[in-house]
Design a binder for this molecule. Structure first.
Ligand SMILES: CC(C)(COP(=O)(O)OP(=O)(O)OC[C@H]1O[C@@H](n2cnc3c(N)ncnc32)[C@H](O)[C@@H]1OP(=O)(O)O)[C@@H](O)C(=O)NCCC(=O)NCCS
Length: 474
């Protein structure tokens, strides 16, 4: 963190107009051709401070944050062109093969792999926190019988914030998380409880009573146990399925500043408590362009149905009436390394659970898309969601559980970024700059003096106005 702070300090340094403009100097020179004014801006780690543009009275316009960085981060590295992903310097392929989800969680949060004793302690702490307060389970029982599990998940996480007033900056003051113990307590609580909340969302959705967690089991094993145990006294989930899901959790644990993690940092920047911030991050994950994509992939594959319908579907994508869900990525412009691992897990899961008929459609859809210039020229490859939905479906999860299965492991990434931001002395409340293009100052005309004809159509009023028009016609 020391190093991070130094780097950020450099970036925030004032623009130095006296620096050399010579080629080879570590700066960029910008000339405003409207005025001829030139500024010289220092480059640090490939970045320039956006505020340097203030000197030219300019704002950088960047919808979707394609090229804007709000933070230095030491958590996850992605090289989208090469298809490389690593957590704290460890390649994702190595972690998927040799590590486990809880160990990876520790690595992401605290920066190092745990020692044996640290791991034991960490595992115990997380598993001790898998129990839910009965008031929370009561809240969950009151959702509609067919409530979307992700809606239940988000609301329950937000509700959980009301159970721990000692961790609420609104009540305890801004400095509450300067206390490492208080901060870490929320972390183990959240990681422990999200799996139970997820399992309860599922059980509610399928109309079964909630299971108590079994804290003697592994994290993922316990999750499967809470999902599936009926009345068996010694129920144990299939260890191969538990391992497959554990790898899926590793792959989904973090992915640097994606939409939901950026939301976590955004909300966290106002010093909201982590439960509320995490509910907001999960809300961002819910959307079909992000964590909802694997759900959308299955719906798309079901709609295509059979291999012979693929060319027609691809035509629809190319003429922009359809979207190929599970393809394309803001960062990866080559094969998503997670998608490669997931492809192999899929066959392991099918070997246990039986064949998944839609896999043939998926594999052929991928083949035809990758042979088509539309996808090749835009560097559109399968992303993590293309095959993950098929695995979850084969494991028997209802489609609407898919984003929840994403949210459990991503909780770790959200919290790692929340912690990193809390320790970043240069972090500021997030407040993007708008470019106002609305009306200039106008004079207010009282209602009774406004012209009486029907104004511009506004959808909220249209049916009422249509009725008024009908009356006028009569
Ligand atoms: C992930 C995603 C939102 C990234 O979007 P982005 O970085 O803003 O990329 P763009 O939308 O600018 O896409 C660039 C071009 O590729 C096209 N494109 C991108 N993803 C596409 C897809 N899945 N199907 C069809 N066309 C796609 C866009 O239409 C655009 O075409 P154009 O140049 O003719 O306008 C986008 O690829 C997408 O919507 N994918 C499907 C949803 C999905 O799988 N999300 C999970 C991500 S892990």
């Amino acid at each position: 963190m020391e190093r991070l702070n130094t780097i950020v300090g450099h970036v925030c340094a004032a623009v130095d107009d006296s620096q050399s403009h010579e080629p080879g100097s570590n700066s960029v020179t910008i000339t405003d051709n409207r005025t001829g004014k030139t500024i010289n801006v220092p480059i640090t780690d490939g970045t320039i401070p956006a505020t340097s543009l203030n000197k030219l009275n300019l704002v950088s316009y960047d919808p979707g944050y394609f090229n804007t960085s709000p933070a230095y981060s030491a958590i996850t590295f992605i090289d989208g062109d090469q298809g490389i992903l690593s957590y704290r310097g460890y390649p994702i392929e190595v972690l998927a093969e040799r590590s486990n989800f809880l160990e990876v969680a520790y690595l992401l949060l605290f920066g190092e792999l745990p020692t044996k004793i640290q791991f034991q302690d960490w595992r115990e702490k997380v598993m001790q926190h898998t129990y839910l307060h009965p008031n929370l389970t009561q809240i969950m029982q009151n959702f509609r019988y067919d409530a979307h599990p992700m809606g239940m998940f988000i609301s329950s996480i937000a509700a959980m914030g009301t159970f721990y007033p000692e961790s609420n900056p609104a009540l305890q003051g801004q400095g509450v998380f300067n206390n490492e113990k208080t901060r870490n307590k929320q972390i183990v609580r959240l990681i422990g409880k999200v799996a139970t909340i997820a399992a309860c969302s599922y059980r509610h959705r399928v109309g079964r009573p909630f299971n108590e967690p079994d804290s003697t089991l592994g994290y993922t094993e316990n999750f499967l146990y809470m999902l599936d145990r009926l009345q068996e006294s010694a129920y144990r989930p299939n260890p191969r399925l538990a391992r497959a899901l554990d790898i899926m959790f590793i792959l989904h644990a973090d992915h640097e500043l994606n939409c939901s993690t950026a939301a976590m940092r955004h909300i966290g920047s106002s010093l909201t408590d982590p439960y509320t911030a995490l509910a907001g991050a999960a809300a961002a994950l819910y959307g079909p362009l992000h964590g909802g994509a694997n759900e959308a992939v299955i719906r798309m594959l079901e709609e295509i149905g059979t291999v012979d319908k693929i060319p027609e579907f691809i035509e629809g994508v190319k003429n922009k009436t359809r979207k190929l869900m599970g393809f394309g990525h803001r960062v990866y412009k080559s094969y998503d390394p997670r998608a490669k691992i997931i492809r192999s897990i899929a066959y392991e899961v099918f070997s246990i659970m039986g064949d998944e008929p839609l896999i043939d459609v998926a594999v052929e859809l991928e083949r035809q898309a990758r042979a088509d210039d539309y996808f090749v020229s835009r560097n559109l490859y399968p992303n993590v969601d293309f095959f993950s939905g098929l695995i979850y479906r084969s494991m028997g999860f209802p489609t609407d559980m898919f984003p929840v299965l994403f949210a459990i492991p991503r909780t770790v990434g959200w919290l790692a970024h929340w912690m990193e931001q809390l320790s970043d002395k240069d972090a500021k409340i997030a407040r993007p700059k708008q470019v106002y293009i609305g009306s200039p100052t106008r004079e207010y005309i009282p209602l009774e003096k406004r012209a009486n004809e029907i104004g511009p159509e506004v959808s909220i009023h249209s049916s009422r106005l249509t009725q008024r028009r009908a009356v006028a016609l009569v």
